[in-house]
Design a binder for this molecule. Structure first.
Ligand code: ZN
Ligand code: ZN
Length: 311
């Protein structure tokens, strides 16, 4: 499964090929996106004599942009958040970089630009092929074993390219109901006789959506994601400057949709990620504080990598 080309097939990958996660690769691909994005801007001069200098200034700006982002990122102390006993670390800035890890489960979701902290996890789950998450996808609908008491299953999300999220389940064995009345010694005897005395039960612990529209919330097959102890999802857009239609068009969620669908979230904790980099720390805090109290009490925003208006 883990071959050197596996970054381009599909996660889950075992990160035995850590050299694939070289920061150089991340920078190069990132640089390309920034450059092409800038190239579309109206300030760029057209073909002919001006094209050379136009392109140079585009590249220049892309480089400055990249440098600025790296500086901002370096300045932020990476603290992560704590939810339901899980330490969740990572960075998720819309269009720039997404990589979220749950070290106690030994998993990383998406790989962003290959940050060092992600490389320490043995299992990588990629949600979709955008450069800020990296890779292309062949879907696998299978249950993937992380440990003998931990499995992952993909679920359908809705983005501008094929995408999927993951639910990590703890695997527990429970005595079958029909044996519940038996004494310990009887159970031992049954077991020794070779009978299957337990049921295997999967408890959804942590779910990660990656980029998605709110449609994933309404799909009944995604029920486990919405009842996992911790849901890590996105809220790329937060305020009236970008409306729900725009968010949907770009395959993302608007915070107002999370409010609208709040009754479907059975999670104990919801970690919001992937805010657009148009927002400051203060914008994010302000927007999140407007959530209805019941939702607010379980929502945590992952704001690593965002700048404060006061710095
Ligand atoms: Zn993204
Ligand atoms: Zn995306």
């Amino acid at each position: 499964m883990a071959t050197s080309t596996s970054l381009f097939s599909l996660a889950p990958l075992r990160l035995t090929h850590r050299r694939l996660l070289s920061p150089t690769l991340g920078t190069a691909s990132r640089f390309q996106t920034l450059a092409s994005k800038r190239a579309a801007a109206p300030t760029v001069s057209g073909p002919g004599g001006g094209a050379g200098s136009g392109l140079l200034s585009v590249l220049d700006r892309a480089l400055t942009d990249e440098e600025e982002y790296r500086r901002a990122r370096a300045q932020v102390q990476r603290k992560g958040v704590e939810a339901e006993g899980y330490a969740i670390e990572g960075i998720s800035v819309g269009g720039h970089e997404t990589c979220v890890t749950v070290p106690s489960l030994n998993v990383a979701f998406d790989i962003g630009r290959g940050p060092l902290f992600a490389v320490r996890q043995d299992h990588l789950f990629i949600t979709h092929a955008h450069l800020d998450h990296i890779c292309s996808i062949t879907f696998s609908g299978e249950t993937y074993e992380i440990r003998n008491d931990l499995v992952a299953r993909p679920f359908q999300t809705h983005h501008t390219v094929p995408s999927q999220g993951y639910v990590i389940y703890s695997v527990r064995r429970k005595l079958k109901k029909q044996y519940a009345h038996l004494k310990g010694s009887q159970i031992v005897k049954l077991k020794q006789s070779g009978s299957e005395i337990t049921d295997t039960i999967l408890y959804p612990e942590v779910a990660f959506t990656g980029d998605t529209t709110s449609d994933f919330i309404l799909d009944p097959r995604n029920a486990d994601a919405l009842r996992a102890k911790v849901l890590i999802t996105e809220a790329t857009f937060l305020d009236d400057q970008v409306d729900v239609d725009h968010a949907r068009e770009h395959g993302h969620m608007h915070l107002s949709e999370i409010m609208e669908h709040s009754q479907w979230f059975r999670n104990e904790a919801i970690i919001l990620t992937h805010f657009s980099n148009r927002y400051s720390l203060e914008d994010i805090r302000k927007a999140v504080s407007r959530l209805q109290p019941k939702l607010l009490s379980k929502v945590v925003a992952l704001t690593e990598g965002f700048k404060s208006e006061y710095s």
